[in-house]
Write a protein that binds this ligand. Sequence first.
Ligand code: F0G
Length: 399
Amino acid sequence: MSEWLQCIGCERRFDASEVRYTCECGELLSVERDAMPDRAIFDARLASRKTIDKSGVWRFREAVLNVDENEIVTHPEGSTRLYERGGILFKHEGENPTGSFKDRGMTVAMTQAKRLSARAVACASTGNTSASLAAYAAQAGLRAIVFIPAGKVATGKLAQTLAYGATALHIRGDFDAAMQLVREASDRLAIYLVNSINPFRIEGQKTIVWELLQDLEWNAPDWIVVPAGNLGNTSAFGKALREAFDAGWITKMPRLASIQATGANPFYRSYVDAFAQRHRIAAETIASAIRIGDPVSHRKAVSAIQLTNGIVEQVTDDELMRAKREIDEMGIGCEPASATTLAGVKKLRAAGVMRDGERIVCVLTGHLLKDTDAIMRNVPPERMIEIDATMDAVVNALR
Ligand code: F0G
C-alpha cells in the first residue's frame, strides 16, 4: 500500500517523506493512498489488548499512516466515550490523554516527526494544541516550542503546556499572528510544524468520525456537529466521511454542521455568500480556543461542507455559555468552544433545519477543566456560600 502528499488544488504529488506543508502553487496538501482496508479488521481489534489496537487512532492504522508499528508514538489516545443525553449523542474528545481531541492528530504528526528525524516541533495555539504537542514531544524526546497569543490562553492549558516541558513564546498579537509567525519560523529554522496545516494531523483527526461510526455499528447518524476555529476538524471530518463512504464502510452520508462563535465567524461569513470569498477578521469570543480570524484549512473545510451537504452556523457567546452550563449540568462537562455544538443544535432545530427524530452527534472537543475561569465567572451566588465553621451557619445556608 502506498501513500503520498497531494495538492488539493493542482493535484501535484509529492513524496510522503518530504517536509512540506503546502504545494508550490500555495495550496494545502492532503495525504492520499491507493487502497483502503475492509472495516472488519477495525472491529476485530476492539477485542485486542495491544496498545496500538487500544488507540482509537491506530486501530485504523492502514487508513491513517503507513508506518512500522515500533515507530508509532502513542499514549494511546482516542477510544473516547459516546454519551446519550436527552436524545442527543455526545462524543467526548475531552477524554483524550491531554484533555482534547488534538491528541488524535498529534500522535500521527509526532510519529511522522520522528520518522523525518526532526529535532524540534512547533505550533501556534490557543492552548490545546500546545498542551498536546508538549505531551507527545516529551514522549518522543523532541524539543517543543509553542507560539501562543500573549494573555489569551486559558491558564490551565498554559500550565499544562509548560508542565510537559515545552518552551512558550508569548506572541504580542492574536492567534492568527502567531500562526503566521510559526509558519515562517519553521521554514527558516528547520523546526517541524505540527499545526493542522500539517496534513498528517488531519489523518489522525479523521478517526474521531471513524470511531464514532464504529460506536454506532457503522450506521451513520444524520448529523455530526463540530466547533469550527482553524477548521482542521471540519476538514478532517469531511475527508473521513469521503473515505468511509468510498470504501463502503457506510452507505449513508451524514451532514456536517460546523459551528462558529459570532465574534470569530470568518467561515460562517463565507458560507453565507456561498463560499464566493474567503474572509479574514479580527476575532473575539469568550471561547478562547476558537478565537481565530483567519483559519488555515479554509479551502479543505469548504470541500467538507459541500461534500456532505453540510451547513455552517454561528452562535453568540451567551448562547454557547448557556449550552455549556447545560452540558456541565448533565454531569458531562466541556470547555466553552465545545458547547457551540449544542448551542448550534438548538438554533438549527428552532429553524427547522434539524428535525425531530434525526440522529445528531455533537463532538465535544475539550475537557471541562481546560477553562475553569470561564466557569468561575458564572457561578450563581446561591451555589457558592462562605460561612463560619458552625452548625448554625450550615443550617442557615441550606435553608
Ligand atoms: N474546540 C477546541 C477545544 C479547540 O481547542 C479548538 C482548536 C477547536 C474546537 C477548533 O478546532 O481548529 O480544528 O476548527 N484549538 C486550536 C488550538 C486552535 O490551538 O488548540 P479547529
